[in-house]
Design a binder for this molecule. Sequence first.
Ligand SMILES: NC(=O)c1ccc[n+]([C@@H]2O[C@H](COP(=O)([O-])OP(=O)(O)OC[C@H]3O[C@@H](n4cnc5c(N)ncnc54)[C@H](O)[C@@H]3O)[C@@H](O)[C@H]2O)c1
Length: 355
Amino acid sequence: MPMHFQAQDLEDQLSRLFEAAGSQAAEARTVAANLVLANLSGHDSHGVGMAPRYIDAICEGGLTPNTAVQVRTDHGMLLGLDGRQGFGQIVGSQAMGMAMDKVRQHGACIYTLSHAHHLGRIGHFAEMAVERGLISLHFVNVRSRPVVAAWHGGDGRYGTNPCCIGIPMGLGEARREPFVLDFATSRVAQGKMRVAHNLGKSVEPGTLIDEYGQATTRPGVVVVPQSNGRYGALMPFGEHKGFGLAVACELLGGALSGGGTWHHEANDKRAVYNGMLGIVIDPQALGVAESFSAEALAFADWLKASPDAPGTDGVHLAGEPERQARKDRRAQGIEVDDNTWAEIVASGAKVGLKI
Ligand SMILES: NC(=O)c1ccc[n+]([C@@H]2O[C@H](COP(=O)([O-])OP(=O)(O)OC[C@H]3O[C@@H](n4cnc5c(N)ncnc54)[C@H](O)[C@@H]3O)[C@@H](O)[C@H]2O)c1
């Protein structure tokens, strides 16, 4: 039977877990709140189920609690930052804070962040920007076991390289909820395969190949080693175009940031590193704030006026599903499957905490 939690209870439990693993109280609380917000947003793949992996990474020395982002280069509106294997939720937010300070001075900021441990839901950083009326673009690579096949390739060669674009919608009284597009460049996020595998579910055809490069619907092929000791792979989204965007994320998030790209065999280390290129823009500084607002709203209205396609609930803009999920899950609670909860309890035991 899956467990049900109110968000606050889950956050409290996770916070204790990260403190037991060595985080100071404020860090533990921030990371816990970030993971629970991912669950609330409907992205269980990036929620509390990640905690056991974080604890393993701390125990292995690949994730260093209580680490702050370091400035490597600072050239006006350009910032080069090093996450120094700190919690992505911490160094990623610090990086966004610095970038937004730069935007105040220069109207825009281009920053890179290398060596962050897992940044979690990338939309979190775009949400920080759109709240302040800023546009935010993110290209991210993932250094961990390579789980995504190149277009027309037969094994995993790179990570689920997420891409995210946040755009504030409307100004002042006309302000509406923002557009927040935030997705893995694989057909689905790897964590969703972990969740499906834990629930014993199969996934849509076209999502996965097995350890021999053959199509399969079994999510376990990317979660546990298969008969020949190898894993299967996720397919890229959007065929050759999605694959191209994933490569761009690797080049911009990995090579340009200094964090590095993935080009070697997998190891069994538990740490997951993200590199990110972030671009933050103030529409006011471009002198188009009014027209940008009016045009953005007019386009959104035009899209929404489209008749519903048969069998669908009509047109939605990116960000809406997450906001709806937050409303629903705040009211109904968050469901955590048995396997995920057992993994969380076991990781508590690893750091001397009884959950
Ligand atoms: N840190 C990492 O290494 C890493 C790696 C991969 C993914 N992620 C995160 O995983 C999360 C989930 O990614 P995903 O690819 O599974 O997401 P997804 O496939 O659920 O797509 C989510 C995006 O699509 C939008 N969307 C969903 N339904 C829609 C509809 N009907 N109409 C219009 N827009 C719609 C959502 O608002 C959101 O912007 C993201 O937050 C991503 O940042 C992180």
